[in-house]
Design a protein around this ligand. Structure first.
Ligand code: HEM
Length: 141
């Protein structure tokens, strides 16, 4: 059968091409490899939760607190510390700016001014908040 041989070869070539094309198509449709997920951030990387800031001295005070004897050494206009509610304040820079009279503050340098301060400025007043800027540490027990 001399005429059927070319036809058979053509048929075989056609089938081979169709087979290869089918493979290529299948490869093209294959899903891309899944990327490895990035590791989740550890809790240590997370920002610390916000919390209300406690009264902080401008410079570190002794861990045991400031003694009354130490406060008493600052009893002049050139270095004026006083105590209010067991907290020590350095009023040296503020005293000259006191709106009523600087003498009202100077009178308490080196001493416990709790009563005098609260008589003029109640707890929670604007003056109470402003005074906190001059906090330098706790009074030692
Ligand atoms: C031992 C400490 C202090 C004493 C004895 C004292 C006393 C006084 C007195 C007697 C007055 C007049 C009150 C009036 O006119 O009715 C006054 C006014 C005032 N003080 Fe003081 N004070 C002291 C500390 C402070 C501090 C630490 C601040 C703020 C940082 C402050 C801020 C003021 C202000 C803003 C006024 C004017 C209030 C107004 O507008 O009537 N004081 N203080």
């Amino acid at each position: 059968m001399p005429q059927t041989q070319p036809a058979a070869i053509a048929l075989l070539l056609f089938l081979a091409c169709a087979l290869l094309a089918g493979q290529a198509h299948a490869e093209g449709l294959a899903p891309a490899p899944t990327p490895t997920p990035a590791p989740a951030p550890s809790p240590a990387d997370a920002a610390p939760p916000g919390s209300p800031a406690p009264l902080q001295p401008a410079s570190p005070s002794p861990p045991a607190g400031i003694t009354a004897a130490e406060v008493a050494l600052h009893s002049s206009a050139s270095s004026c510390w006083y105590i209010v509610d067991s907290k020590v304040f350095d009023m040296t820079t503020y005293a000259p700016m006191h709106p009523a009279a600087s003498e009202l503050v100077y009178a308490w340098c080196g001493q416990d001014a709790t009563q005098a301060f609260h008589d003029a400025h109640p707890v929670g007043s604007r003056e109470d908040a402003e005074q906190s800027q001059y906090y330098i540490g706790e009074l030692a027990a």
